[in-house]
Design a protein around this ligand. Structure first.
Ligand code: ZN
Length: 286
């Protein structure tokens, strides 16, 4: 039987497919990553606070602009799902899609985490990453992706027909509710697409499907950020653990994650100021 959907390629199909790939946004146009500035500031930084996020649970933390925060692996291989909000306006939050377009599918030292429209400014800059050695593996996988969204109970219910309450989406919802006094229903819409900290992911070469593989993170590894504005962070210790097998269940070993906040010597920040909101007029042609 011939499918009514069978499509014959045009005569010049190969020619059309051979058009060159063009990187959409030139990294050269982004504000420079001033490594010397961040390195000098982090050399003076002292730890002032620490938050432990329990396995299969979420937590929040505040980071003043001009401070650093680290997310650390402790006890065992564990991935985390990170949300960031403007501490004074939760409607401004991390924009994983634009961060992906501006930098890459996975982020590391020198990349920034951008906020949603209309703010579109760097919320945080990655200043150290002990997993930056990983690069790209033979499957095309990398670390710290901005392509996944977060594990959530709705997808799990749809695919497996069970209610599981400790997906990252729910962990972040409970944590934000606890931090703000909002009800779960009020807090949930503020939870957004994440930075998948320590997670090893990619797209399969043949079918371009999202895959995960066991995270290479080990206790002592960390990723460090400089807060470019006053931040409220939310972090979930994913029920997938190292994400080497299953997720959205209680079958996988899970470990805590630790967030440390560091304050640099104010003198080291001379000349720096928090990032300004995007300068577009907002008139949209009218
Ligand atoms: Zn998760």
């Amino acid at each position: 039987m011939t499918s009514e959907h069978s499509v014959n390629p045009p005569a010049d199909a190969a020619e059309r497919q051979a058009n060159p790939a063009i990187v959409c946004y030139s990294v050269d146009l982004l504000p420079d990553y001033d490594g010397a500035f961040y390195d000098a500031a982090r050399a003076t930084a002292q730890k002032i606070d620490e938050v432990t996020v329990a396995p299969r649970d979420g937590g929040t933390f505040k980071v003043p602009a001009g401070h650093f925060f680290r997310i650390l692996s402790v006890e065992g291989s564990q991935v985390g799902d990170l949300n960031l909000w403007n501490q004074h306006d939760l409607s401004e939050r991390f924009f994983s899609g634009k961060t992906r377009q501006l930098h890459a599918s996975h982020v590391t030292r020198g990349d920034r985490l951008w906020s949603n429209l209309p703010g579109l400014r760097p919320m945080a800059t990655i200043t150290h990453d002990t997993l930056e050695w990983y690069g790209w593996d033979a499957d095309g996988g990398g670390i710290h992706d901005v392509i996944g969204t977060r594990c959530d109970p709705y997808t799990n219910h749809m695919l497996r027909g069970v209610d599981y309450h400790y997906c990252c989406h729910s962990n972040l919802t409970r944590a934000l509710s606890d931090a703000t006094g909002m009800s779960l229903a009020e807090a949930e819409p503020h939870v957004h697409d994440v930075l998948n900290v320590f997670m090893c992911t990619g797209f399969t070469y043949d079918t371009h499907q999202y895959f995960m593989k066991e995270s290479p993170v080990r206790p002592g590894d960390y990723i460090e950020f400089f807060a470019e504005i006053d931040l409220l962070g939310g972090l979930s210790a994913c029920p997938g653990g190292s994400c080497g097998s299953t997720h959205s269940d209680d079958a996988t070993p899970c470990y805590p994650l630790v967030v440390e906040i560091y304050k640099p010597d104010p003198d080291s920040l001379a000349g720096w100021s928090p990032q300004a909101l995007n300068g577009y007029s907002g008139t949209h042609g009218r």
